[in-house]
Design a protein around this ligand. Structure first.
Ligand SMILES: [Zn+2]
Ligand SMILES: [Zn+2]
Length: 237
C-alpha cells in the first residue's frame, strides 16, 4: 500500500504525507485523516441502510426503489454518504488526486468483508474520454487496493464499455438504464461461473451498477455484489 502512495506522490506532487494534513482541505492536523471541521461535514453510512442497495435510509428496511424494481446485483454497500463533505471528497479524488484511493479503499475494504465472498473483483469501466482527461481510472485504483486488501484477484479488463453514452446527470433511473443499454460487455472467459465484486466510485440510482451486472450475467457470471466509495441517501417518494 505504501508503495502506491509514494508512486503517486512523485507523479502529482500534491501528496500530503499520510496524513499530516486534512485529506480534504489540507489543514495541518495531528493524527486522523480529516480536520474536525471537514470530519463534521463527511457523513458515514454507518446507521440505517437498505439491505439491498446499501443506501442510507430512515429505517433498516428495503427501500421503495429496490422493492419496485429489484436490482440485478444481489447486494451493495458503500462507506460514505454522497452529499456535503462526501461529495467534496469524491470530487477531489476524481480531479487530480488519485492518492485519495488509499483512504477511500481503506474505508471500503471492511465492507467488502461483510458482503458475501467473491471470486473476482471487477470495476465499472471509465469512459475513454474521461480517462484521457483525468489520466487515471479512479474505479480501477479503488479495485486494485481492495483486491490487495481482500486477496481476491482483480481483473481490469473483465468489463469494457462498448459505446459512448451521454452524461447521466439529471436523468431518472429509467432514462439512465435506457441510456446505458448494451453499452457494457463482459469477458466470458474471465467471469463465467464467478461470484463477482463490482467496484465503482459513486452509486446514485444504481443504474450503472445494474447495467454492468447485466453484462456480467450475460457472460455467465453468478451473483454480483457491488461496493462503491459513496452512495446517495435514499429519498422516500
Ligand atoms: Zn479539513
Ligand atoms: Zn434499496
Amino acid at each position: 500500500m505504501e508503495r502506491h502512495v509514494e508512486k503517486y506522490a512523485k507523479i502529482k506532487g500534491t501528496f500530503f504525507p499520510a496524513y499530516f494534513r486534512c485529506i480534504l482541505c489540507g489543514l495541518e492536523i495531528f493524527g486522523g485523516e480529516l480536520c474536525p471541521r471537514c470530519l463534521a461535514e463527511v457523513e458515514f453510512n454507518d446507521g440505517h441502510t437498505c439491505p439491498v442497495c446499501g443506501r442510507k435510509t430512515a429505517k433498516s428496511e428495503i427501500c421503495m426503489d429496490c422493492k419496485d424494481r429489484p436490482p440485478l446485483f444481489t447486494k451493495a454497500a458503500s462507506p460514505i454518504v454522497y452529499g456535503d463533505g462526501g461529495t467534496k471528497l469524491i470530487s477531489r479524488f476524481k480531479l487530480g488526486n488519485p492518492w485519495l484511493a488509499e483512504y477511500l479503499a481503506g474505508k471500503m475494504a471492511p465492507l467488502a468483508a461483510k458482503l458475501p465472498a467473491a471470486d473476482l473483483i471487477v470495476c465499472v469501466p471509465a469512459a475513454r474520454g474521461a480517462l484521457k482527461k483525468r489520466g487515471y481510472d479512479q474505479s480501477a485504483l479503488l479495485a486494485e487496493r481492495i483486491s490487495a486488501e481482500c486477496g481476491v484477484p482483480f481483473s481490469k479488463d473483465a468489463v469494457i464499455k462498448t459505446k459512448k453514452t451521454r452524461p447521466q446527470k439529471g436523468l431518472s433511473k429509467r432514462e439512465r438504464l435506457k441510456n446505458l443499454q448494451g453499452s457494457f460487455k463482459a469477458d466470458r472467459e474471465l467471469v463465467k461461473g464467478k461470484k463477482v465484486l463490482l467496484i465503482d466510485d459513486v452509486m446514485t440510482t444504481g443504474a450503472t451498477l445494474d447495467s454492468v451486472t447485466e453484462a456480467l450475467k450475460k457472460a455467465g457470471a453468478g451473483e454480483v455484489y457491488a461496493l462503491t466509495a459513496a452512495s446517495v441517501r435514499y429519498k422516500a417518494p
